[in-house]
Design a protein around this ligand. Structure first.
Ligand code: ADP
Length: 453
């Protein structure tokens, strides 16, 4: 069996917890998070801070409850309702009145992914541009091809009732012919390509730009060259169009991001939205003690029916065990989505999309690969292997545990977390989670799934 004796030495432990998977690059997590966050998680979560003292929280600019009370054009409001948006999110409520007022206000906004930043700047662009004019008026920079596309897809939905509005992508594979100026009002793309179109090929007239957006600033600065290209492009635009409105968005706000922002935006309003601290509210936590790996497989097969009642995620330690588990389940006719660090970008995006859309009720992924992903709200989380950090010794990874488990159990219904422990050491980790969070993790007899109801 695989039961680890009490006196295991470190190299054995290292072998037990050696993962063969790799984390998803930051820019790609960002894309996958966008797909996962398809519906805003919780509109009213989060606390907004606005940096400028003169902004009186009592002023009508500060808070708006409805899209009607924001100064949005009616076709946009109609499109928002058609998209299922019912009221502005915190960041939209705080930012849009400032972004839409005259004179245009520059802004730096920081909020976790899925809080409504993209919608915020797209609404600003769509509201400000003149659909009758057939030339670029709004530029948006994004760190990857896929993210640019993702933003464009949302823009198209929002512009649904404004058929004159066209969108163009300045991304790899998009070709332009010299001397054929671009007619689309919104151009979304990566910094290098955009710089070419504006400066080298002169297909976009910088003096006509009224909105300049830099999205995902934190990821942008981690990409070689993007920072310089963005600043050069921004300088070109500002020189030609001094009144152009500049907005910079970021999920995190490090000193590097702040310095970058400062090079472009001198006197901005700074808005930050913090999600309320995660807790373990209504989560029932269980463990199943398994003798070994094959016993663990038996446990997961027994759980499978419960897993598919609503969406669930299974976390494995290695890519090979995640793949093995997925293949085993598929071989017995049970559909699962698989996500690991060795898949191509589009494969991963597809897996996440399929899970998000409910094509698959179960997603199997690895601890490492899922780091940086905003785990969506699911009813059931299975730690096939516990979250562990491995520095000198394997340690229970409390943050990751909380991040995962804390995502279940919203909407009033209790969420469920099941830990499978197939060795003494994994069992000791389960005990550590119990002690650390001060919440019971109870034994579950996986042959008697009624306990999960
Ligand atoms: P971010 O850019 O901060 O990651 P997005 O603007 O992409 O966030 O929004 C996250 C998800 O929530 C998207 O699927 C978007 O369509 C949706 N969303 C945004 N604003 C609202 C809103 N006011 N009401 C409902 N859903 C919204």
């Amino acid at each position: 069996g695989t039961t680890i004796p009490a006196q295991t030495n470190d190299s054995d432990l290292a072998a037990t917890f050696a993962t063969d998977d790799k984390p998803i690059p930051k820019e790609e997590s960002s894309l996958l998070n966008k797909i996962l966050n398809e519906k805003l998680n919780s509109l009213n979560e989060g606390i907004v801070e606005i940096s400028k003292q003169q902004l009186d929280p009592a002023s009508p600019l500060y808070s708006n409850q409805t899209f009607e009370s924001l100064r949005l054009k009616q076709p946009l409001i109609d499109a928002l309702y058609q998209m299922g948006f019912q009221q502005p999110s915190k960041i939209q409520e705080a930012a849009l009145p400032l972004l839409l007022c005259e004179p245009p206000q520059d802004m730096i906004a920081q909020a976790q992914s899925g809080t409504g930043k993209t919608a915020t700047f797209l609404l600003t662009m769509l509201n400000r541009l003149d659909p009758e004019k057939k030339f670029p008026q709004c530029i948006c920079l994004a760190p990857t091809y896929e993210l640019a596309r993702q933003i464009g897809e949302v823009a198209k939905k929002m512009a649904k009732n404004m058929p004159e509005i066209q969108i163009r992508y300045a991304i790899k594979g998009e070709n332009v012919s010299r001397g054929m100026p671009i007619a689309e009002q919104i151009v979304i793309g990566t910094p290098g390509k955009m710089l070419d179109w504006v400066v080298k090929f002169r297909l976009i007239d910088p003096s006509k730009i009224i909105c300049f957006v830099l999205d995902e600033a934190d990821i942008m600065i981690s990409q070689q060259g993007y920072q310089d290209q963005s600043i050069r492009l921004h300088n070109q635009i500002i020189a030609a169009a001094p009144n152009c409105q500049c907005m910079l968005f970021s999920a995190t706000f490090s000193e590097a991001v702040f310095n970058f922002a400062n090079q472009m935006i001198s006197d901005p309003v700074i808005i930050t939205v913090r999600r309320q601290d995660q807790t373990l509210p209504n989560i029932k936590q269980y463990f199943v003690r398994c003798r070994d790996r094959s016993d663990k497989y038996r446990a997961i097969s027994n759980l499978y029916c419960s897993l598919t009642i609503a969406s669930s995620i299974i976390f494995c330690y290695t890519r090979s065990s995640a793949t093995w588990l997925a293949n085993q389940l598929r071989a017995t006719g049970r559909d699962v989505a698989l996500l690991h660090g060795d898949m191509a970008v589009m494969e991963r995006a597809q897996a996440v999309e399929d899970f998000k859309n409910g094509k698959y009720k179960v997603m199997i992924t690895t601890n490492v690969c899922a780091r940086g992903l905003d785990i969506p709200q699911v009813a059931l989380i299975v730690n096939y292997d516990p979250p562990v950090t491995f520095e000198e010794h394997p340690q229970p990874d409390y943050d990751t545990y909380l991040h995962r488990i804390g995502r279940t159990g919203r909407f009033g219904k209790p969420g469920i977390a099941v830990n499978l422990a197939d060795s003494d050491i994994t069992m000791s980790f389960v005990k550590s989670f119990e002690t650390y969070f001060g919440r019971p993790i109870e034994p579950l007899d996986d042959r008697d799934m009624d306990q999960l109801d």
